[in-house]
Ligand binder design. Structure first.
Ligand code: PLP
Length: 406
């Protein structure tokens, strides 16, 4: 009889958002007239920018004519998009990345989850704690987690790097050397960032130890501080140790359209093998290319008009972030994040657990956020709010929270 991959049975993750949905449904069932405001899930709310819509229409029309119809896209993405990516996201920042080091995909989640496949199943993995759950879960599925230790709320074989108020929610070099290191800056869920000299320290560490850094740059468009790199390749010798993942979701509103890319530099060699070659093999075997019309939409993001439009999208969310952060700190909350990221990381008041605070806010203010403990043991006692709501809802939610806490 067929046997299943038992590693899947070790997964804990889906508990978080399904529990939130269950609690919110129960509450709305009992309070049908109450308006619930959701600042929990990290999905955008503003529509796609006009240049993107225009590019989509044009590309759809092209698909209707035999002369301009396109079938399968090139595995790594169309040249027009990869050129726009390297020019805007790398060359303009002084990073030497070439088009054949870029692999276009349908978003960063797949790349985050899939990239571990090119590494040995015995590789050790280090993640921040709290963490975007995909890094952990994809490695658990691959058998790298060991056992789940219920008491400690963690997997025995994963190296957790605590991100706490003491270290400004920025991970420190671990005692045990990992093979794979997942870093995310700006960070989901804490909204923290890794500064230039700290990121250089990670790069030097990875090069010295032979580790590989998976650098998730999904929120780079939210960086405002000069001393925070937008790409890990701004650090010296990062192309010898780092893979970088990008998304069009949070800068350009592509959460439903789907587009992203991975950078695997040719200088990245491990076990005497080019990781660029390995990822190319994996990508072409399991992926048939992002849709032509979506890649044209992605190209439009890099046009002068597109850049202006996405800047104003991001500014809108960052104004929400500032509203949340300023008003909650004025009300006496301890808040971080929200200056280079669309996430605000809130210390729960009165020593409430993350879930106690979730229930309290839902019942008293009708506001939904995400309990920090769902992102890892060091998220306990914290709460994540996102800036992706409408201005009106964001203000109303903050005002309600301040009122019930005041
Ligand atoms: N990486 C991080 C840290 C995220 O928070 C998210 C989405 O929330 C993603 C990647 C996934 O992005 P995409 O929509 O491109 O799959």
């Amino acid at each position: 009889m067929v046997r299943i991959n038992k590693n899947f049975q070790k997964l804990q993750g889906s508990y978080l958002f399904s529990t939130i949905a269950k609690k919110v449904n129960e509450y709305s069932g009992k309070n049908p007239d109450k308006k619930i405001i959701r600042l929990g899930i990290g999905d955008v709310t503003l529509p796609l920018p006009p240049s993107v819509i225009k590019a989509l229409h044009t590309a759809v029309d092209e698909m209707s004519e035999p002369q301009s119809f396109r079938g399968y896209a090139p595995d790594r993405g169309y040249g027009f998009l990869r050129e726009a990516i390297i020019e805007n996201d790398f060359r303009k920042r002084g990073c030497e990345i070439e088009a054949d080091e870029v692999f276009v995909s349908d978003g960063a989640k797949c790349d985050c989850g899939n990239i571990q496949e090119i590494f040995d199943t015995g590789s050790t993995v280090a993640v921040c704690d709290p963490v975007y759950p995909v890094y952990v879960d994809s490695n658990i599925m691959a058998g790298r987690g060991g056992e789940f230790l219920k008491e400690e709320d963690r997997y025995s074989d994963i190296i957790y790097m605590p991100c706490t108020a003491e270290n400004d929610f920025s991970p420190e070099l671990p005692d045990k050397v990992p093979d794979l290191i997942y870093l995310c800056s700006p960070n989901n869920p804490t909204g923290s960032v890794i500064k230039r000299q700290d990121l250089q320290r990670w790069v030097d560490y990875a090069n010295e130890k032979g580790s590989v850094i998976i650098f998730d740059a999904a929120y780079e468009a939210y960086i405002r501080s000069d001393d925070v790199p937008h790409s890990i390749y701004e650090c010296k010798d990062a192309s010898k140790c780092a893979i970088e993942l990008h998304s069009f979701s949070k800068n350009a509103g592509f959460t439903g359209l789907r587009l992203g890319y991975a950078v695997v530099p040719k200088a990245l060699i491990r076990d005497g093998v080019s990781l660029n070659d390995l990822w190319a093999r994996r990508h072409s075997t399991k992926y048939n290319g992002a849709p032509y019309i979506v890649q044209r939409a992605g190209e439009a993001v890099y046009s002068a008009e597109g850049q202006k439009e996405i800047r104003s999208l991001v500014d809108y969310y960052m104004e929400n972030a500032a509203y949340i952060k300023d008003n909650l700190s004025k009300a006496g909350f301890s808040v971080s994040g929200g200056t280079d990221a669309p996430y605000i990381w809130l210390k729960t008041p009165d020593d409430m657990t993350s879930w106690e605070f979730f229930d309290h806010l839902l019942l008293t203010a009708g506001v939904v956020g995400t309990p920090g403990s769902g992102f890892g043991p060091h998220g306990e006692g914290y709460f994540r709010l996102t800036a992706f709501g409408s201005r009106e809802n964001t203000k109303e939610a903050v005002d309600r929270i301040v009122k019930v806490q005041g």
